[in-house]
Design a protein around this ligand. Structure first.
Ligand code: FAD
Length: 511
């Protein structure tokens, strides 16, 4: 009961199911909820782009408002985490630091610094795992000391461990009653959440994914109003090019720490318990959450998980180095409307459907450009709101057939894939308005439209300098590796590739 505690918020920016905060409150006479805006760390180690920055600032505003409603507040400070904590320990007479433990190497490194500080200053530390369903170390241990590398094996290990812990109760005003530290002079100015402008961030795009626990819980509740949808969810049946998300859209909230995955999982479990014929992993919603756990587990015990070199589970591939093609992919200028529309949505909104991620990731790597998955992963890291160390790298390795999945000749056609679920091309028209007047017949392959059709659609394909028209590059201009490839052929011919099936251990799990 006697500690003066700093509770360090890092990813778990929520007050529901927060065992670390709850435990710290129970043994403290004063508790300071702190967030350190460590810009070098956030932009360097975590590769934060502007959209994620905005999401985090909104999440901090929300956390502050929720804490204030309970009689406390958030203290936001800028600087390097260890140095800020060191100062605060002296300023506030701190005896304990509490925080959630995380698996990412950069967080683990920060944790070592906090432990060193604690030792030097004679402080206690109080920690818990909150960002995953299990302490992933337990899963690795139960699998004999190495991570399970297939989902099937992973589920077998979980069946031995039993269900993940239930969420703990929400933090309440009573918990803070005896722990609220006295207000300091200039409190508001010193510790407030900065605005994007304060940080020099220029953001004028519409906010489609407002950050914060409040929005996360609202989104969760909205989905659970339709229990049939939740119980029958099947990932493969969701639509990559629907104009509104056809899946839960919870990933930014799970990834950046506005929603407890245990809360989500146990809500799913209770819906499935009430439904006779619910879907099952890997395609069910529970299955999706377990994919997340799977990648966290493997990442936690795999050196150089986000790299090809030095990564023991990753095939070593002689990828092409082609900065021009990479730039065209990154900036939505490949000339394939389906690919460019997805990359435009990603750039503008920070979220794309899972199968849309499949399409662009396959295109960049094994499908068309033969560029390393690491390059794609870095672009996703910058642009995705839900960018996540373990899940991003894990999925990129999967999609490039570098790890987990090796049916490398199963290629997504950049024309037919999108057309299957959106034959009129509404999605392409939304994100590439320059093509909006093309007849549906040509919307996925506008280069095939006769010249008069292109003229009346107001967009001439691949011809520079025509008055009053927008020029869209023809595809293949930069697809040097295989000039015979026809996008409408579907599967491309990979005979010229450096891989041969003999170099691969084939596996065929469906994600
Ligand atoms: P839902 O289908 O509603 O699933 C619910 C939750 O399950 C998701 O929010 C997510 O936390 C988890 N989940 C779903 N699919 C996967 C999956 N394949 N792997 C791991 N967890 C999953 N997801 C991220 O959260 N961060 C990333 O950085 C990320 N990078 C990806 C990169 C590539 C190349 C690909 C193919 C997929 C990536 N994904 C990533 C996985 C997946 O696409 C997203 O989690 C999902 O589309 C998010 O939308 P949702 O919340 O509506 O998902």
């Amino acid at each position: 009961m006697s500690h003066r505690t700093i509770h360090l918020f890092r990813k778990g920016l929520w007050l529901h199911d927060n065992p670390t905060l709850l435990g710290a409150l129970a043994c403290s006479a004063a508790l300071f909820p702190v967030y350190v805006l460590d810009r070098t760390f956030l932009e360097g180690a975590m590769g934060l782009g502007p959209l994620r920055w905005r999401f985090i600032l909104q999440s901090l505003e929300d956390l502050d408002a929720r804490l204030r409603a309970l009689g406390s507040r958030l203290y936001v400070l800028r600087g390097s985490t260890a140095a800020v904590l060191n100062d605060l320990v002296t300023r506030w007479g701190v005896t304990q630091i509490s925080y959630d433990t995380e698996v990412e190497p950069y967080y683990a490194c920060m944790e070592r610094e906090i432990q060193a500080l604690a030792q030097e200053r004679g402080l206690q530390t109080y920690t818990h795992v909150s960002h995953t369903l299990y302490d992933v170390k337990r899963i690795v241990k139960a699998n004999g000391g190495s991570p399970p590398l297939t989902y099937k094996k992973f589920l077998q290990v979980l069946s031995v461990l039993g269900e993940p812990e239930e969420p703990v109760r929400d933090v309440s005003a009573e918990d803070f009653l005896r722990c609220s530290p006295p207000a300091e002079p200039l409190h508001e100015q010193t510790y407030r959440v900065p605005s994007p402008a304060d940080l020099g961030l220029e953001l004028d795009s519409e906010v489609l994914w407002p950050g914060g626990e409040t929005h996360a819980l609202q989104r969760l509740h909205k989905h659970f109003q339709s229990q049939g949808w939740v119980a029958n969810f099947s990932k493969a049946r969701t639509v990559p090019n629907s104009l509104l998300p056809s899946t839960t859209g919870l990933s930014p909230y799970l990834s950046l720490g506005c929603l407890s995955v245990r809360t989500f999982y146990h809500r799913l479990r209770s819906v499935c318990a009430q439904s006779k014929n619910h879907s099952l992993p890997p395609v069910s919603l529970q299955g999706q959450v377990l994919w997340r756990e799977f990648f966290y587990t493997v990442a936690s015990a795999t050196p150089n998980f986000t790299k090809m070199q030095g990564n023991p589970i990753c095939l070593q591939i002689d990828w092409y180095h082609d900065p021009e093609a990479l730039e065209k992919w990154r900036t939505a200028q490949t000339g394939f409307p389906w690919i460019d529309a997805i990359m435009t949505q990603l750039r503008q909104e920070g979220w794309i459907h899972h199968l849309a991620r499949h399409a662009v990731a396959c295109f960049l790597t094994r499908g068309d450009l033969w560029i390393s998955w690491e390059e794609g992963m870095k672009v996703f890291e910058e642009l995705l709101l839900d960018a996540d160390y373990s899940v991003n790298a894990g999925n990129w390795m999967w999609l490039s057939a570098s790890a987990f999945f090796h049916k490398y000749t199963r290629i997504f056609c950049p024309v037919r894939f999108g057309r299957r679920t959106d034959p009129q091309g509404q999605y392409v028209r939304k994100y590439l308005p320059v093509l909006k007047n093309f007849p549906s017949q040509y919307i996925y392959e506008p280069w095939k439209a006769p010249e008069d059709v292109q003229l009346s659609a107001g967009c001439i394909i691949g011809m520079e300098g025509l008055r009053g028209t927008w020029v869209m590059r023809k595809p293949y201009d930069f697809l040097k590796w295989n000039s015979n490839m026809s996008p409408s052929n579907g599967d491309a011919d990979h005979k010229s590739r450096p891989w041969t099936p003999e170099t691969l251990q084939l596996s065929g799990e469906v994600m």
